[in-house]
Ligand binder design. Structure first.
Ligand SMILES: Cc1ncc(COP(=O)(O)O)c(C=O)c1O
Length: 388
């Protein structure tokens, strides 16, 4: 057996979609990019969408589009991939972290309130593992203090808010970002997207994705001829190719199926690990609103001290599982533990006790729609053995 913690699902239809574009005239910027954006608008319910080269680029551009003054502050969670905080630094905004809720592992609105200063300009909640953050409360805080909100939904395409709306509809935020890395729910190889309902932001994002260059004569300061273009802002080349967009369109058609399969595996895991949970040895994933998470990850919190007679370290558990072909992962090393963050922003161990306590105990088990019943059962039996 070789069961990684996450894996893409690519079928013949995906391959055909990619091959059709590779065989066509336009392999970089063609009609598929816009088509993918339209489909993402339909999936999320947002008015506008801009696809980009990866989820980090999506966060970078979303933050840049807000024109936030240098030296301002932005608040995000320590329990995330570093990209959610790095996007602030790219824009000369100081990253401020707010501790998590111990049940959902998402940023805690109460902790956000404690971190707000006159310099705070933006909040970046992350829908960790697919479970949505407390967006209504975050929106209220943002409104009260006149702050922007960018949702990092790298884990959460297809997840739902408690009101039934889809993540990415931007009901509670200015923009939402996605990642289409292969371990994510749908993939374009590398890829990302930003959704918004704000036409001004949409136009800015389109410019920033492509060097800040406009080719629209109506926006020119002069128009000497058909060759002309104007760079009006400092942007980047963060474009997604038509090849990738074609894959994205094809993948998106399977989103509901992918999520259904993920949920089925989660249910099986939850039932199987119930006894360990009753003993207090593990904490199962908690869903604040039942059936709302798209479940990018299945995270167990494990009391490693309680395993066997003498306890076992996480390293031992991971090694024992790896030896029998089961990949596990740790999501995430808290952002403030990273040497760069300690050095430049003076974070210290102990700053965010709930995120740190969670980090000590978390372990992500394999979860991807292509897992067979056999593989799921093998993981269940093996994990139970290793944790007993
Ligand atoms: C929460 C979160 N935000 C942002 C990113 C960045 O996405 P990408 O890898 O597509 O740049 C990731 C990727 O792992 C992520 O998990």
């Amino acid at each position: 057996m070789n069961i990684p913690y996450g894996k893409q699902w690519i079928d013949e239809k995906d391959k055909k979609a990619v091959l059709d574009v590779i065989g066509s005239e336009l392999i970089a910027q063609g009609p598929k990019v816009e088509e993918f954006e339209k489909e993402l608008c339909k999936t999320t319910g947002a008015k506008y969408c801009v696809v980009v080269s990866n989820g980090t680029a999506a966060l970078h551009l979303a933050t840049l589009a807000l024109d936030i003054k240098k030296g301002s502050e932005g608040i995000t969670t320590p329990n995330t991939f570093v990209a959610s905080a790095n996007c602030l630094i790219y824009n000369n905004i100081k990253p401020v972290l707010a501790d998590i809720c111990p049940d959902t592992y998402n940023i805690d609105p109460v902790e956000i309130k404690k971190r707000i200063t006159r310099k705070t300009k933006v909040i970046i909640p992350v829908h960790f593992a697919g479970q949505v953050a407390d967006m209504e409360e975050i929106q209220q805080i943002a409104k009260k203090h006149n702050l922007f909100v960018i949702e990092d939904a790298a884990h959460a395409i297809g997840s739902e808010y408690p009101d039934g709306g889809k993540v990415g509809n931007c009901k509670y935020s200015d923009m939402t970002t996605f990642s289409f890395h292969p371990v994510k729910t749908i993939t374009t190889g590398e890829g990302g997207a930003i959704t918004t309902n704000d036409n001004m932001l949409y136009k800015k994002l389109l410019l920033l994705r492509s060097h800040g260059i406009t080719k629209n004569p109506k926006e020119f300061s002069q128009n000497p001829g058909s060759w002309f273009y104007e760079m009006q802002n400092l942007g980047f080349n963060y474009r997604l190719t038509d090849i990738q967009a074609a894959l994205g369109i094809s993948q998106l058609k399977k989103l509901e199926k992918f999520i259904k399969f993920r949920k089925k595996i989660v249910k099986k895991y939850n039932q199987a690990f119930q006894d360990l949970s009753s003993l207090g040895n593990v904490v199962l994933p908690f869903e604040k609103t039942p059936n709302s998470s798209a479940f990018h990850l299945y995270v167990l919190q494990i009391d490693f001290r309680k395993i066997g007679q003498y306890g076992k370290s996480r390293k031992t558990v991971m090694n024992q599982l790896a030896k029998i072909g089961i990949g596990t992962q740790v999501h995430y090393i808290p952002v403030h533990f990273q040497p760069y963050y300690k050095k430049h922003f003076h974070f210290k161990d102990g700053n965010f006790p709930k995120a740190e306590n969670y980090y000590d105990q978390c372990l992500s088990l394999p979860l991807y729609p292509k897992m067979t019943d056999n593989e799921v059962n093998y993981v269940i039996d093996s994990v139970k053995k290793v944790l007993s």
